[in-house]
Design a protein around this ligand. Structure first.
Ligand SMILES: [Zn+2]
Ligand SMILES: [Zn+2]
Length: 254
């Protein structure tokens, strides 16, 4: 949406370059939604230029029970110990909002729905809807059924899996955690990450048009990711691509 404020999902290391780009644009406000506060999702926040830009308004959504708790969770990280900046010294205008699973919110002029995911300490999935188009961000989550069970095995999905299928239903684009391959997943089933075969199968069951494989293993090389994309190149329902830094996707194009 060209006139609406941007929506930023999490603040990993990519937030630094993104922040520089955003302050060069006309907007002086944005919505930032955190899925959870594991460090790989907040590392970039102290290096995100909008927070140092006087007058820049940031509405920050954090999974929490109250707005005060949402602020408290971020201020624990920006308290002068882990980074010299303290939250209270920032010249931008920050407001904090509790995000609760199953409750709707608005961000970037869009209606956003939420769902809790399966991850140690929890994680929040976000679905951004606008004029019949939708992008879903589902990261840091284990599969919702064990291998050989659930919708991929042709069974009636367990309740938790059905809830995610409903959440993803008919989405134009789903950005989904596929940190592991299946063998790695079987070794780390409780670590809270997924693998491509599950993510693609789930999106297929939900009638998703395009899935972007995401939350790559830190050890994965560009060649590994090219090979992953090539492996899925002939899959069309959904179409499967691999997330790349700086990539632009247009949602809802034929
Ligand atoms: Zn995590
Ligand atoms: Zn993570």
């Amino acid at each position: 949406m060209p006139d609406a404020p941007p929506v930023v999902l999490d603040c990993g290391t990519g937030a630094r370059n993104l922040g520089h780009k955003l302050v060069g644009e006309a907007h002086r406000e944005l919505d930032l939604l955190f899925t959870h506060l594991h460090m790989d999702h907040v590392f970039g926040f102290p290096f995100f230029l909008p927070i140092y830009t006087p007058g820049y308004r940031l509405r920050i959504g954090v999974p929490a029970f109250s707005d005060d708790e949402a602020r408290e969770k971020i201020s624990r990280y920006l308290n002068g110990v882990y980074h010299p900046t303290r939250l209270r010294d920032l010249p931008s205008e920050l407001s904090f909002h509790a995000v609760r699973s199953g409750r709707e919110l608005r961000a970037g002029g869009m209606e956003v729905t939420t769902v809790s995911l399966k991850h140690p300490g929890g994680s929040m999935g976000y679905r951004l809807n606008h004029e019949g188009r939708s992008v879903v961000y589902v990261t840091d989550t284990s599969p919702f059924a064990n291998p050989g069970r659930g919708v991929l095995a042709g069974e009636e999905p367990p309740r938790a899996e059905q809830r995610i299928i409903d959440f993803l239903q008919g989405a134009d684009c789903v950005i989904y955690d596929t940190m592991y391959d299946v063998d790695e997943y079987l070794e780390k089933m409780t670590w809270g990450h997924s693998y491509p075969e599950y993510a693609v199968g789930l999106c297929e069951a939900a009638g998703v048009k395009h899935i972007v494989l995401y939350h790559h293993l830190p050890d994965a090389t560009d060649e590994d990711l090219d090979a992953l994309e090539a492996h899925w190149a002939s899959h069309t329902a959904p179409r499967v691509t691999v997330a790349r830094e700086g990539e632009t996707l247009t949602v809802g194009e034929a």
